[in-house]
Design a protein around this ligand. Structure first.
Ligand code: CTP
Length: 217
């Protein structure tokens, strides 16, 4: 993958509720960081767009740290503009506050409703800007994994999608993972293993498909 510019998104995003609270999710960033490291090991020039995580930047990888989905979108659009490959491993918050409270919200009543609005879809926005970019998405599913993953592959115009089964003790915030990878006319399982081992196999599969789709690369 020498000479290939790869952009990886990883980790959760964090959406402020008020000055002291936020909405986020259980993503640790470990799988995305491991994919960034594995693509670096294959010779790619890697930029990692990272939400807030407790992980050091992998050596030799350019890390851009962001907090919100909107910041992740802006950083990804900018980095992807000159790139060959995008792997979206981030667990982007689907919604953010319609209006972030300027002051700490006080507990005046027994119930509290927050008005939320949809965040932009990073993959969809990048795809619209760069129709020719080789794009890999992730899908976290609790049921009907193949059906949902294939639907996302088509809907988001992805080249590959790596799907994992999530739920209690699976994938999120643990050190092991297993993936089912789908593309237009095929699929491959990556067996349960450390996130590093899974990432190496995924990086090899990405490289194989990327080089096949980009004969001049
Ligand atoms: N993604 C993105 N921008 C978003 C949300 C998700 O780029 N605002 C990317 C993720 O990084 C991942 C893929 O899209 O690669 C996941 O697709 P999505 O449809 O959001 O998956 P889920 O969150 O699993 O969707 P849902 O539960 O709504 O089916």
């Amino acid at each position: 993958m020498a000479g290939t510019k790869a952009v990886i998104t990883a980790g959760p995003t964090r959406e402020a509720i008020d000055p002291v609270r936020f909405i986020t999710n259980r993503s640790s960033g470990k799988q995305g960081y491991a994919v960034a490291t594995a693509l670096r090991d294959l010779g790619a020039d890697v930029t990692l767009i990272s939400g807030p995580v407790a992980l050091p930047a992998p050596a030799g990888v350019t890390r851009v740290e962001v907090e919100t989905a909107e910041q992740m979108l802006a950083a990804t659009l900018q980095s992807a503009a000159g790139a060959d490959l995008l792997v979206a491993a981030a667990a982007v918050a689907d919604y953010r506050m319609t209006d972030v409270a300027a002051h700490k919200i006080k507990k005046h009543s027994d119930t509290l409703s927050l008005a939320l609005q949809r965040n932009p879809d990073i993959l969809a926005t990048v795809r619209a800007a760069q129709p020719g970019l080789f794009m890999v998405g992730f899908a976290a599913e609790t049921e009907r994994l193949a059906e949902h993953a294939r639907d996302k592959l088509a809907r988001k115009h992805l080249n590959l999608i790596a799907a994992n089964q999530v739920g209690a003790g699976l994938a999120f915030d643990v050190d092991t993972n297993a993936l089912q990878v789908f593309w237009a006319d095929g699929q491959q399982a990556i067996a349960q293993g450390s996130k590093q081992a899974v990432a190496q196999q995924l990086a090899e599969l990405i490289a194989h498909h990327y080089l096949k789709a980009t004969p001049a690369a």
